[in-house]
Design a protein around this ligand. Structure first.
Ligand code: FPP
Length: 242
């Protein structure tokens, strides 16, 4: 008699990061314009945020707009920011109900002022929420984050506030965009791609990587549970012998 191996239980990671890929492909396959894929992607964002908050994830970081995304057609950029603005307004009650605290990671300089204003307002509104931290990476690049961190540390050294010998991992972490967000335990990427795409290069050092074959608009509860189940299978040694 064959005995089946029970599927591992899903394990809820403390910190999760997601590269939401495949909006364009999903739309093309459905015979729609690329931007329709981003619109549908919002539903997947909503499900992932509420489900992670419900399950007790402490921090969720979503790659919403990369430094490289500035090279997309202006029409697509405008639509992405429109969707983002709508999300920041319409989801406020859900963020409050779920006690989610919003944070932003990325360069502020190139963001349109109305987008920045809505980010700042939502960050301020949710500041005292003690539940999950939702960090939106917008106009974000991992290398750019390290450049900005090094510049700020160099300024402190130049002013005499810090000596080079005092710079260590903790000082560098402190100079990142969101030092309070714990390093991701699990990085999820959709649409089958196996790349980091300049995401959280410092923070991702020991993250487990789960690649989901579905495009982001199709990512739902079932796919999140599969990712947590896969995570539950991983043996994390952090370079040590167990
Ligand atoms: C990648 O798909 C997705 C993006 C560049 C943007 C992700 C944005 C959203 C899901 C909507 C806004 C986000 C929030 C948090 C409200 P792609 O266009 O690169 O897909 P493709 O590789 O198939 O072309």
């Amino acid at each position: 008699m064959s005995r089946s191996v029970p599927a591992p239980e899903p394990v809820v990671p403390r910190s999760v990061a997601v590269i939401m890929d495949g909006n364009g492909r999903w739309a093309r396959r459905a015979g729609l314009e690329r931007i329709r894929g981003h619109e549908r992607g919002i539903d997947a964002v909503r499900t992932t945020v509420t489900e992670c908050a419900r399950l007790g994830v402490e921090a969720l970081t979503l790659y919403a707009f990369s430094e490289e995304n500035w090279q997309r057609p202006q029409r697509e950029i405008d639509l992405l920011f429109k969707l983002l603005q709508r999300f920041l307004v319409e989801e406020r009650p859900t963020l409050m109900q779920n006690r989610v605290r919003l944070l932003h990671a990325g360069r502020r300089e190139r963001l349109p002022p109305p987008v920045l204003a809505l980010i700042d307002e939502t960050v301020a509104l949710t500041r005292d929420n003690a539940g999950m931290q939702l960090c939106l990476a917008i106009s974000y690049g991992g290398r750019q984050e390290l450049v900005d961190a090094m510049r700020s540390l160099a300024r402190r050294v130049a002013s005499g506030e810090l000596s080079p010998g005092q710079i260590g991992e903790a000082t560098i972490r402190g100079a990142l965009y969101q030092p309070g967000v714990p390093d991701p335990d699990l990085l999820i990427r959709t649409a089958g791609e196996q790349r980091l795409s300049n995401f959280l290069l410092w923070q991702i050092s020991y993250a487990e990587i789960h690649v989901s074959d579905v495009c982001w608009p199709e990512f739902g509860r079932e796919q999140l549970e599969a990712a947590f189940r896969d995570y539950g299978r991983r043996v994390r040694k952090f370079g040590k012998v167990l």
